[in-house]
Design a protein around this ligand. Structure first.
Ligand code: TYD
Length: 235
């Protein structure tokens, strides 16, 4: 669909407290100052229904949310986000920066909640009709540093953030595995680097991507749905 060199889709991923939002904001300002149209968005959320789903799944006090329900809520938010926000912006030729995308579900629900990374990937491939980022910036954060950053003078942790350190350690390795599987589509950086240094490295990679997006273009065809699961997909 977005084959004829439409927009560019970049996802920021990483554990809680990695500094994704800071880096996405920095990149957006720089790109806009150079005349690009940038859409900054986030998951869960990004649409009216997505923001409702966000508070449903993140706030404490909504009763028990089992792992399958949790995964489906994130996927539902993402389906709306891909269809209503990301695809239209890419079709308009914009640069879309999203704070979290499919990898977050693969890491948090697939690995963190033990639902299985392939199953969660498959669910989300279906939910988004296979839409994948041209580039994923992974800010790799030590879970203890992440927790220290989150709790430094901040409000209480949400449902996911307040999980034990082992949960966050599983998530960290899942993110790194995803990046190792498709290195050409990832930029992995240690989240403890100074903010300016991270911003410079991210900008350099994005400049390359904007100069020559061809190798990672046409992400519709990329294997969002693993072969075994694809049989059951209706797309
Ligand atoms: P985020 O918006 O990054 O948190 P904040 O802005 O409050 O720092 O993400 C919210 C939480 O939701 C975070 O703990 C990760 C979790 N999450 C999942 O478990 N699965 C998903 O698919 C997504 C998008 C987020």
């Amino acid at each position: 669909m977005n084959k004829q060199r439409a927009g560019v889709f970049i996802a920021f991923e990483g554990g809680d407290g990695a500094g994704k939002s800071t880096q996405a904001a920095r990149l957006a300002v720089t790109l806009e100052s150079r005349g690009h149209t940038v859409l900054r968005t986030r998951e869960p959320g990004g649409t009216a229904i997505g923001e409702k789903l966000r508070s449903l799944v993140l706030d404490h006090g909504n009763g028990e949310i089992d792992a399958h329900t949790e995964a489906l809520i994130f996927a539902a938010s993402r389906a709306a986000h891909a269809a209503q926000v990301i695809r239209p912006a890419l079709a308009r030729g914009e640069i879309v920066l999203t704070d979290r995308y499919i990898d977050s579900s693969v890491a948090y629900q697939g690995a963190g909640r033990h639902l299985g990374q392939d199953a969660v990937q498959s669910l989300n491939g279906w939910a988004t009709s296979g839409l994948q980022p041209h580039l994923t910036v992974l800010l790799d954060v030590d879970p203890q540093l992440g927790r220290r950053r989150r709790t430094a003078g901040q409000a209480a942790e949400d449902r996911l953030e307040s999980e034990a350190d082992e949960f966050h350690t599983r998530i960290r390795s899942a993110f790194l595995d995803l990046a190792a599987r498709r290195p050409a589509s990832y930029l992995v950086l240690p989240a403890h680097l100074p903010v300016d240094e991270l911003a410079a490295q991210i900008l350099a990679r994005v400049e390359n991507l904007l100069r020559d997006p061809a190798p990672t273009e046409g992400k519709e065809a990329a294997p969002a749905v693993p072969a075994a699961a694809a049989k059951g997909s209706s797309s």
